[in-house]
Design a protein around this ligand. Structure first.
Ligand code: NAD
Length: 339
């Protein structure tokens, strides 16, 4: 059993990872519960986890009277973060905390820079100071940006970033490379490809597609729907992280810093993705076409052979099965919310 700091634990992927790792490891979780976006669902995820309708915090901003070691803490708060590292001797850090959402990063770059770059640098520094030699961090398929290659491989040149969110994720990769070169540390960066599944973020297409079909509201498709995403089920992300974690903890790595794509490797056209939801609900979506956004990628397509060679696994759930599970979750979440 390892002692692991998990950041962004009230987030979509964070909650799913927490639920899995909590069974085998001692997890210290944190999140700032930022109200910038998706605030209510972060509270709902915590309620789901703890079974308490309103979380209560002690003076350290740690959950009161609870089995879960969960802090309300911002990774840009250097002093409090330093106290957390001094108090707990972590074996490994998993950084999922970040400002997410491509479009908002265009209008709010400074907030993204603070959480995603400063926050990550704080973690790297504290890992160095406290000899926490192992880090897993979330990067993103968005670093491939305007890359002209069809299939995205980790060794492709990253020189055409389309939005500030991608800039912050690329900065994380460069910072991790630098720290693992200079110090006795190991880091693994994971480039997630459009994740969906239970507890998906309300600002993501999957959530709004489901909601808008059910509520008979229009759905805007950019580039007139001519976009493809390599949708990846969150359960496959969790399985990958769990395996990467064991490799790191068992010292089964071949270099101090490595980056892996985690995607299904099957790009799906957005209209076809919507079509699967229409079939599930037996209801037509109201589609509004819009031109292409400059900050968006037209297609994402992960080559996961490097991941498979490392952990003997790559995502395979498939969008039909994954969307059924997501819809089941959505319906039970909405019915709980109405109570
Ligand atoms: N969901 C995807 O499709 C996807 C794709 C690529 C990469 N990622 C990356 O995976 C990670 C998790 O994504 P997600 O979809 O779960 O997003 P999310 O927004 O649901 O989760 C991120 C969490 O981090 C927290 N957070 C933000 N800034 C913080 C700060 N300064 N201090 C502490 N907590 C902070 C937020 O409150 C949120 O709960 C992120 O790093 C994201 O960039 C996600």
């Amino acid at each position: 059993m390892a002692k692991i700091l998990l950041t962004g634990a009230a987030g979509f992927i964070g909650l799913n990872v927490y639920q899995r790792l909590f069974q085998d490891h001692e997890i210290v979780a944190l999140d700032n519960f930022s109200s910038f976006s998706n605030h209510q669902i972060k509270l709902d995820r915590l309620t789901y986890l703890t079974g308490k309708a309103t979380p209560e915090w002690d003076e350290e901003m740690r959950l009161k009277n609870n089995d879960h070691l969960f802090y309300k803490l911002d990774i840009t708060d250097t002093d409090r973060l330093a106290r957390l590292f001094a108090k707990h001797r972590f074996d490994l850090v998993i950084n999922l905390a970040a400002m997410t959402g491509v479009r908002q990063s265009i209008s709010n770059p400074v907030i993204y820079e603070q959480s995603n770059i400063q926050g990550f640098t704080n973690l790297l520094e504290l890992c160095r100071i406290h000899h926490v030699g192992k880090i897993i961090y979330a990067s993103s398929s968005s670093v491939y940006g305007g890359n002209k290659q069809n299939l995205f491989r980790e060794d492709a040149a990253i020189d055409n970033l389309l939005n500030y969110y991608a800039v912050t994720k690329r900065m994380n990769e460069l910072a991790a490379e630098n720290y693992t070169t200079l110090y006795d540390m190991e880091a693994i960066g994971l480039r997630f490809f459009t994740v969906y599944g239970p507890w998906v973020r309300p600002d993501m297409a999957t959530y709004s597609f489901i909601k808008n079909i059910l509520e008979e509201r229009p759905i805007t498709l950019f580039n007139h729907g001519n976009m493809e995403r390599d949708f990846t089920f969150v359960g496959d992300i969790v399985e990958s992280i769990t395996r990467v974690l064991s490799k790191l903890l068992n010292g089964e790595t071949s270099s101090p810093h490595a980056i892996y794509n985690i995607g299904e490797g099957k790009p799906v056209n957005l209209r076809d993705y919507l079509g699967i939801l229409e079939n599930i609900f037996q209801k037509k979506a109201i589609i509004e076409s819009a031109p292409m956004n400059k900050e968006e990628m037209i297609c994402t397509f992960a080559d996961c052979s490097r991941l498979f060679d490392f952990i003997g696994f790559k995502p395979t759930t498939g969008v039909e099965k994954g969307l059924e599970k997501t819809v089941d979750w959505y319906l039970s979440y909405q019915s709980r919310r109405k109570k």
